[in-house]
Ligand binder design. Structure first.
Ligand code: RUQ
Ligand code: CUA
Length: 653
């Protein structure tokens, strides 16, 4: 019986997918909409947007920066994937950022950005984002908009319920989607049940420099941990994780993990565990994971392999973890700005489940449990439930809040954004999304103080919304005005990769802190050339190191002789500009890597292994001045056995 219901829901899911992506609805076809919608997104030439939106790139592995309300793209920040435009993962300085226990992994799947907070409010210091595939968490510095730290997460697989921050950025959290044997071992897959575990990692963030380190990992039952959000205000100190596959199936999950009418939200009292750990609790376990840090002083990254991690068995910390039954394979797990309501979006359900933090505490206090799972008490659904939003739509995924008592939930199957009142749980408005919306985002929506002016929906499918571009069409977001009772669709804008989640912040909170140049006098790169007189070429066996500078519009040195086939030539190039927005680039014919794009005051390195005798040019790749085309040079490559001495030109002086 239960099984047939689930199959019916699955069918709905599939048919819903097709029906919602068919014809454009009338509303969607109004062309320019009302002209006042155009005015609301129009940012006049030379004017700035009101908000930054950091939108995850999904399978691009990156994080892109847009302006709202215009939807204009400003920057793609390379995070987990190599990026030839910025030489990230190609130059010698940033290659260590992509080091992992599996070696150099130049790609990942980035899902959930979250901005650092102080006292529950966005502080605009960093954005964190998760790498799903080879579990990692990255930190992006919002003064440079560059990835400055990546921490691999051991004992994890499919790092999906991440990377959300607590209200003082005490922790950024990483929860495993796939349970695995911990420690990894060679065992039959059908021994999954009972043997596989799911880890929830709490990564401390140093208040001064943001340095990340795994404080502890909770070893949880072998469910799938899907999404999470921190408590805030009254529920600060707790973290909530949705789970699915509490059936612990290891095959054909679409049916086998849809058997239980309810899965769980795991409520974790991290303060309690922190105290336990600070008093010596937990066990050190051997592990192997990379911690990669980029320094703005050396303009270089280092990768350190970490050898152990502290694990905590939740059954040994009474009162630290509870399960809250939540219907229908919940996906999103969202906490309202007051910290009282925890919304579980059962993706196979039509209703939304809203839990009450106050009721949860009372149920715990009264020890009203409904059994346990692997030593973790299960609370009674009715005891924790604040109420449900009835028949709000089909396939709820994620909820955001406007800070005015309203919630906005995305419905994947019925392809709409639904506004409802958090206290009364009545539906106020619904607007179609084009099509199949995943996450929604309100700037500050994951904080105690959202900026409830716009919501964006990030859609999984666009079909006919844009000019066709072959079988692969653009991904897309949509912007809605939410200042009135009814939402108003203002804008479609294309996005890079697959936008999963996003984080938004008023531009005022960060734009003044944006770095304009790196000071040459503070450049501590090992191979920096600070004064032109130090520009030189050195040989060390078959390695040749070129200490090169660049300034409008020449390289020093620009003619180099004495390089031989079989040499490994390092171009260490320092940009001597000290003006805003004057990068130079450099590229060498036949170099098996990308160009470099070097910011003022910065040093970067690429390696060239010349294979052919001749005189080979290099040039500046960034149109930097009227004489940019003159910014070029030559390297003479002689046969391996040649005795031509190293020599170079320093210009005319
Ligand atoms: S996911 S569409 Cu956040 Cu990776 Cu829900
Ligand atoms: Cu330097 Cu073009």
């Amino acid at each position: 019986m239960k099984k047939s219901i689930n199959i019916a829901v699955l069918l709905l899911l599939i048919t819903g997918l097709f029906s919602c992506t068919g014809d454009k609805s009338k509303e969607g076809n109004k062309g320019a909409l009302a002209s006042n919608a155009a005015e609301k997104v129009y940012v006049a030439p030379g004017e700035h947007d009101e908000f930054y939106a950091f939108i995850s790139g999904g399978f691009s592995g990156q994080l892109s920066v847009y302006g709202l309300p215009s939807g204009r793209l400003f920057k793609v920040i390379p995070v987990f994937s190599q990026d030839a435009e910025k030489a990230y993962g190609y130059n010698e300085e940033t290659k260590p950022m992509l080091n992992t226990s599996h070696g150099f992994i130049p790609w990942d799947d980035s899902h959930h950005p979250d901005i650092s907070q102080t006292n529950g409010k966005l502080d605009g210091r960093w954005v964190f984002i998760n790498g799903n595939n080879t579990p990692r968490i990255a930190k992006i510095d919002l003064t440079t908009f560059e990835t400055t730290e990546i921490l691999e997460i051991p004992n994890s697989a499919g790092n999906h319920s991440s990377s959300f921050v607590t209200e003082n950025t005490e922790y950024v959290v990483a929860g495993t989607r796939f349970s695995i044997p911990i420690p990894q071992q060679d065992i039959p897959i059908n021994e999954y049940k009972g043997k596989f575990k799911g880890s929830l990692s709490f990564i401390s963030v140093a208040p001064e420099d943001g340095n990340m380190s795994i404080k502890f990992q909770l070893m949880m039952p072998g469910f799938d941990y899907d999404l999470s959000h921190p408590g805030r205000g009254k529920s600060h100190g707790w973290f909530f994780f949705t789970t699915y596959n509490t059936e612990e199936a290891n095959s054909l999950l679409e049916v086998n993990a849809s058997q239980n009418d309810k899965d769980f939200i795991a409520a974790v009292n991290w303060k309690k565990i922190e105290e336990y750990v600070n008093n010596g609790g937990g066990k050190m376990m051997p592990a192997n994971y990379a911690h990669n840090v980029y320094s703005d002083e050396t303009h270089s990254a280092t990768s350190t392999m970490m050898k152990e991690v502290l694990v905590v068995d939740p059954s040994e910390v009474p009162g630290a973890v509870y399960f809250i039954p939540t219907p229908k394979s919940p996906h999103g797990c969202d906490v309202d700005p007051s910290g009282e309501y925890i919304v579980g979006n059962g993706k196979l359900s039509a209703d939304l489940t809203v839990h009450s933090f106050t009721k949860m505490l009372a149920a715990i206090e009264n020890k009203k449990f409904d059994g346990e799972a692997y030593g973790i008490p299960i609370l009674k659904f009715e005891d924790v439930l604040a109420g449900t939003v009835k028949q709000a739509g089909l396939g709820p995924l994620h909820t955001e809040f406007d800070g005015k008592g309203n919630a906005y939930t995305s419905f994947f199957i019925s392809s709409e954004v639904v506004k409802w009142n958090v206290e009364t749980r009545e539906v106020i408005d619904r607007q179609p999304s084009y099509y199949s919306v995943g996450h929604v985002m309100i700037p500050g929506g994951n904080s105690a103080e959202p900026f409830g002016k716009y919501v964006i929906s990030m859609n999984k499918i666009t079909k006919d919304r844009y000019l066709p571009t072959g079988p692969e069409v653009t991904q897309s977001a949509q912007l809605y005005d939410i200042t009135g009772e009814k939402m108003e669709l203002l804008l479609d804008f294309p996005t890079i990769g697959e936008p999963h989640y996003a984080a938004g912040i008023p531009a005022e909170l960060i734009k003044g802190k944006s770095k304009k140049i790196f000071k040459l006098s503070e450049n501590k790169h090992k191979y920096a050339t600070i004064s032109n007189g130090d520009a030189r070429v050195e040989r060390d066996g078959n390695e040749v190191h070129i200490y090169m500078t660049m300034i409008r519009s020449h390289f020093t040195p620009d003619n180099i002789e004495g390089v031989k086939v079989g040499d490994k030539v390092y171009f260490h190039v320092t940009n001597h500009e000290q003006d805003y927005d004057v990068p130079h680039g450099v590229a060498m014919i036949g170099a098996n890597t990308s160009e470099l794009l070097i910011m003022p005051g910065q040093t970067e390195t690429f390696v060239w292994e010349p294979k052919q005798v001749g005189v080979w040019p290099f040039y500046c790749t960034d149109f930097c001045s009227a004489l940019h085309q003159e910014m070029q040079g030559y390297v003479r490559v002689s046969p391996k056995a040649s005795d031509i001495k190293l020599s170079w030109s320093l210009g005319d002086d």
